[in-house]
Design a protein around this ligand. Sequence first.
Ligand SMILES: [Fe+2]
Length: 211
Amino acid sequence: MRYEIVVVGPLETNCYLVYCEESRACAIVDPGAEPGKIIAAVAGLELKPALILNTHGHVDHIGANRDMKDKYSVPLYLHAADAAMLEVGEHIELSLLLGAKDSPPPDRLLVDGDTIQVGRVSLKVIHTPGHTPGSVCFLVGPDLLAGDTLFRRSVGRTDLPGGSWETLLFSIQDRLYALPADSVVHPGHGPSTTIGEEMRANPFVLHPTFR
Ligand SMILES: [Fe+2]
């Protein structure tokens, strides 16, 4: 996967620019804050944004959707179950801190198993509810954009509205740990890891083999 990480906002959200090397078409995944920084990275790599993707609807992942849409006039995709989260008003203090704006509504609702094409790059949608009801991961060959579902040695919190520990556990154990062990996990915050490493060493969700 060809990509650039732009770390944005005080919560250090990983905004990923996933791109096709030939056409320079790119998906902007989770533009959470600091639109100027994202726009500069797009320009620096001479990318042509084709769409905006959200792994979920939390404000630190959607706060710059509006600015991206205004700048590039491209469609926004997210899972239906998180579509109601796109107004930032509910978390007004955090939104002010992030400089977040209400997101435009999604142009397409993602469904488990969908394939999204960006130039020659295919992103496969895996619905992984738990952190939020509409959390998704995007699989790009051996690379997984994991949003806030799975982190290096940690998992997404489930104490926010719509969160569910049982559902998150199922999503990680039955969906993500079913991927090849050498799949590279690119989380919504913090450093990358692999599925195999987390199966062996994630203190929250070990694979049954390693319990
Ligand atoms: Fe989140």
